[in-house]
Design a binder for this molecule. Sequence first.
Ligand SMILES: Cc1cc2nc3c(=O)[nH]c(=O)nc-3n(C[C@H](O)[C@H](O)[C@H](O)COP(=O)(O)OP(=O)(O)OC[C@H]3O[C@@H](n4cnc5c(N)ncnc54)[C@H](O)[C@@H]3O)c2cc1C
Length: 314
Amino acid sequence: MFSSLTPWLREQRLDFHENIAIGSWLHFKIGGKVSLLVTCNSPAQLTACLKKVIVEKIPYLLIGGGSNIVFSDGLTRAVVLLYQGTAKKTAAAKILGGRALQVDGHVKNQLFLSWCAAHGVGGLEFLSGIPGTMGGAAAVNAGAFGQSLADVLLGADIVDKRGNMAAVDAGYFAFTYRGSRFKLGNEAIVSLRLKFHAEKKRVVAGKIKANLEYRLANHPSYRLHSAGCFFKNPLIRGAKQSAGQIIETCGLKGLAVGGMSVADTHANFLIHSGGATFKELERLEQKIKTAVKARTGISLEREVIYVSARGEKY
Ligand SMILES: Cc1cc2nc3c(=O)[nH]c(=O)nc-3n(C[C@H](O)[C@H](O)[C@H](O)COP(=O)(O)OP(=O)(O)OC[C@H]3O[C@@H](n4cnc5c(N)ncnc54)[C@H](O)[C@@H]3O)c2cc1C
């Protein structure tokens, strides 16, 4: 099924790998192999690939920066479309007029923020230090410092489940806390429209730097392999509580299963220190959930996305 796609990929001059270990493309650096990994560096490449796999009924899923997702240990029988731009010099985004801008989904957040600083585009500095792409950020409603994508998104150009392009508004995303219809769905965000406010360039640059410095001082090192906060902050009697603090209070810092452990510096970061498997991550997740439930009665919910051997996100 997958090999039938390779002549077409060659014709299109698309970069692809067959039966490749997926871990090196993901921040967690764990997981088994995928049948086919295709790099899409532009909206045109992504839309062409999507049309092809949808018409041929080949199972597929999309990843951006791979900073919030992990695959199971065996072979995942699916085409993984890696929608991640490599260009550093081309314009990351464009101003549409008024207080709206457009950015392609494959643009990395940090590159986009550099563009914001250079153009006096304010209001998006909360993204500073969140790894990944703008499409991925919108799909999971990424956020920090009290703001998230849902606060700034106006709309998007997407490819729907039938392979058709459509312009949608923010309501279509059905945003939730760290989620949207795209998080576990298979529609693709090709480009996004965001609102912003005009700001002095040095003010934007200063906020981006301050946010990054705060994160570097308060989060585990970016050199460690993790997916950021692993559990959602639970809502308790109407107020959000820090999952990290709950895990820490339960005395679980440093808890380990094989090569996976709870970070010493931030108990909501699960760290891969080498040689870990997806099974070990799953067992650590279960141990934390069970211990927290037994000690506090709180049910923690996973924020990070898992992918099954059939290529389904859950
Ligand atoms: C050190 C560290 C710190 C982090 N800090 C934060 C934080 O402060 N706040 C926060 O919210 N998150 C944080 N994260 C988690 C993660 O970086 C964010 O969720 C990020 O926005 C995910 O983007 P991505 O491109 O890596 O998505 P991926 O992990 O590649 O994918 C995530 C989901 O989005 C979907 N997706 C990706 N691109 C598209 C697209 N173009 N169209 C449709 N669906 C798409 C995927 O199918 C998947 O379901 C952190 C992670 C790390 C490793």
